[in-house]
Structures are given as C-alpha cells and as structure tokens.
Design a protein around this ligand. Sequence first.
Ligand SMILES: Nc1nc2c(ncn2[C@@H]2O[C@H](COP(=O)(O)OP(=O)(O)O)[C@@H](O)[C@H]2O)c(=O)[nH]1
Ligand SMILES: [Mg+2]
Length: 227
Amino acid sequence: MSLRIAALVPAYQAAAHVGEVLLGLQALPSPPHVLVVDDGSRDATAQVARQFGARVLAFAANRGKGHALLAGFEALADFDGVVTLDADGQHPPECFPSFVAAAEAGADLVFGVRKLTPDMPPSRRFANAFSSAWCSAIAGAPIHDSQCGYRLYRRRVVQATPVRASRYEVETEMAVRAARLGFRVAEVPIPTVYGDETSHLSPTRDVPRIVGMMLRLSFEPKPQPKG
Ligand SMILES: Nc1nc2c(ncn2[C@@H]2O[C@H](COP(=O)(O)OP(=O)(O)O)[C@@H](O)[C@H]2O)c(=O)[nH]1
Ligand SMILES: [Mg+2]
C-alpha cells in the first residue's frame, strides 16, 4: 500500500538549521509535501523556510510545540499521515522513508527511538529513561522513547486522540493516549544527534508540564480500547 505522507516541522528560533532539514527532505527519493509551523520566532525561521520551498504557517506569537503540531495536523488533514520532525537538525531527514515503510507495513503510529548513548547529555539520558518507563507503565505497552518528536501519525490516530497539551508535553500525551486506544505501534531507530542547536525546553517551565501530564494520565480514567 502506498501512502501519502507529509512532513510537519515545528519550528521556533530555528533559522540556523531549518534550511538543512528542508534540503534533506527535498533530497529524498520521493520528497514529501512539507509544512513548517513557525511559532512566533523572532529570527528568520519563516523566511528561510519559504526560501527553501516549504509551505509555512506562522503564528504571531509563541504558543508552544503542542499548539504548532495541532495546527499542522489540521492543515495536513487530507494526507494519509504526517511525519513530525524537528527543525533544529536533530532528526535526520534520511530516516523519513523508514517511518513511511513502517506505516505501509500496517503501523498507525511510528515512534523514532534514540539510543541512550553518551551522545546524549546525562541529564537527558536520565529524563528520557525515566519518562519512557513511566509512560510504558501507564500506557500498558512498551514505549521506548516517549519524548522523541520524530514520529509518524496516521490520520486516524490524529483524529481519534484527544490532545490538550500546549507545549513539549504533547509527545507524552499523544504516545500514551494513542497506545491506550489500541493503535498499532511500530518503532524505528534513529541516531542520537546533539550538535550546536539550542534547546528551548526550559527546566522550570517545561519539565513540570511534562511531569504534570504524566501524573494526569496516571490518574485519569482509562478509555476503552477500540475493538
Ligand atoms: N512550533 C514550536 N516549535 C517549537 C517550540 N519550541 C521548540 N520548538 C521546536 O520543536 C523542536 C524541538 O525543540 P527543542 O527546543 O530542540 O527541544 P529538545 O530537542 O527536546 O531539547 C524544534 O524543532 C524546535 O524548533 C515552540 O514553542 N513552538
Ligand atoms: Mg532540539
């Protein structure tokens, strides 16, 4: 089965790297349709993205990665699915076809999974291992990288999964809720890339939001999985 899969790139202050990401997507054997959601960046993210041929949705002010993904899903609702990948170069576009292949083999949701090697800062290794273990426990299915934003969502997953997250807790919420609904999940290994990009994840604003989301998911009533 051949699927129409678009690329959705949430971008904030990503002018330095978004061009290389878009070039990488264009260089694929079947280049996808690409939508960049520029979330109120004060740098040239939107201009660079347009120069490199992407369609750009621009928010006037910063609203968060969750809002950006939801707006992107809505704009790409005609596609069979969407691959989300970061604008800062941490998600190699060369891996895109392996996500599509997993969906064509039947997966509804494909997770990119990074190895917890010394390429990842120790604090991130700890946080990722901890949150993945917690998410697996509450989802009732193994989730090996609950924080990675390189994923493929089939349209039916986006349609059926209620999301209230506005910022970085969106990945946690989507993973746990979709797994609980019984969607077919696959995993694709991706390289662990840390270079000169700047993370915008704030330990004081975003870590409590992610932990808060895991607590909410732990204590709320579980939905009935579909058939
Ligand atoms: N749309 C949107 N994207 C964001 C926001 N914050 C970060 N991003 C993008 O989300 C991706 C991951 O963000 P990043 O700060 O690199 O997080 P980290 O890699 O987990 O440390 C990157 O592509 C960012 O450009 C935001 O507020 N809105
Ligand atoms: Mg990053």
